[in-house]
Design a protein around this ligand. Structure first.
Ligand code: NAD
Length: 255
């Protein structure tokens, strides 16, 4: 048991989290603030609720409103982030969408909407921050939010599966290139979590029962369940962890 647990602290660090207004992104923001980080939340809509939760733990929160389906938003995000804090130390690529549709009926428009946000933006936002980190040689942490569908095929969500499989691949690819610059690129693969993303699944009694009966932990996960993994991967404790996708899934993949 290490005597000094300060390696898990995020005191003095600044984290930028995308999709900060709801669900897992909100949970990660609140956990980071509680661990001592300044938090910048990027979202399409107001992050009022997240701001209140962070204020309740005595943290510092800055909101950036941006549409992450548009790559043109990247310079604005980088500029506003640096206006708020000199250095961003941690980037969490959390924003993501899912569109459920039979594979035979998926349109190119829906395909692009899912992969642009879930995959292309993850790469280019990471690139935007890593460029600075490579230059100042002080390192950084990137945490991508992957999925069970980084490992599995899923049903009626082919673009989502493709994008989340890409997230796991990108996590490895970027870790290989950027580890020499003390940049840790890792991912978290949440299992079935009770958020907006899974509202339709949970409201379908038969799918809900099927899913629950397959989760060894016998319950849906919550944003709080992600907190420990997200803090660990953002902290100095994870400095030698590179390119790994950590499942937080109630045992789903073990089954
Ligand atoms: P959610 O729908 O509550 O969160 C998605 C977030 O992405 C929201 O904050 C939303 O505002 C943001 N977002 C969507 N489109 C955006 C855009 N164009 N610009 C800016 N922000 C945008 O659901 P969640 O479960 O919290 O999802 C968070 C991440 O976790 C997603 O990447 C999702 O794929 C992933 N995930 C969720 C589950 C689950 O079971 N809930 C499982 C595996 C992975």
């Amino acid at each position: 048991m290490p005597q000094d647990l300060s390696m898990f602290s995020l005191e003095g660090k600044t984290a930028l989290v995308t999709g900060a207004n709801t669900g897992l992104g909100q949970g990660i923001c609140t956990a980071y603030a509680a661990a001592g980080a300044n938090v910048i939340g990027v979202a399409r809509r107001s992050c009022q609720e997240t701001a209140e939760k962070i204020s309740a733990v005595g943290g510092c929160f800055t909101e950036i409103i941006a549409d992450l389906s548009d790559m043109q938003a990247i310079p604005q995000i980088v500029e506003e982030a640096h206006r708020a804090h000199d250095r961003i130390d941690i980037l969490v690529n959390n924003a993501g969408i899912i569109k459920r549709c039979d594979a035979a009926k998926v349109t190119a428009e829906d395909w692009d909407a899912v992969t642009d946000l879930n995959e292309k933006m993850v790469f280019f936002l990471s690139q935007a921050f890593a460029k600075n980190w490579i230059q100042d040689n002080k390192g950084g942490k990137i945490i991508n939010i992957a999925s069970m569908l980084s490992y599995q095929g899923g049903i009626r969500v082919p673009a989502y599966t493709a994008s989340k499989s890409a997230v796991m691949g990108l996590t490895r690819a970027l870790a290989n290139e950027w580890a020499p610059h003390r940049i840790n690129v890792n991912a978290i693969a949440p299992g079935y979590m009770a958020t907006n993303n899974t509202r339709n699944l949970r409201s379908d009694a038969s799918r809900n029962d099927d899913i629950l009966s397959r989760i060894p932990a016998c319950r849906w996960g919550t944003p709080e369940d992600i907190a420990g993994a997200a803090i660990f991967l953002a902290s100095d404790a994870a400095s030698y962890v590179h390119g790994f996708t950590l499942a937080v899934d109630g045992g789903w993949l073990a089954r």
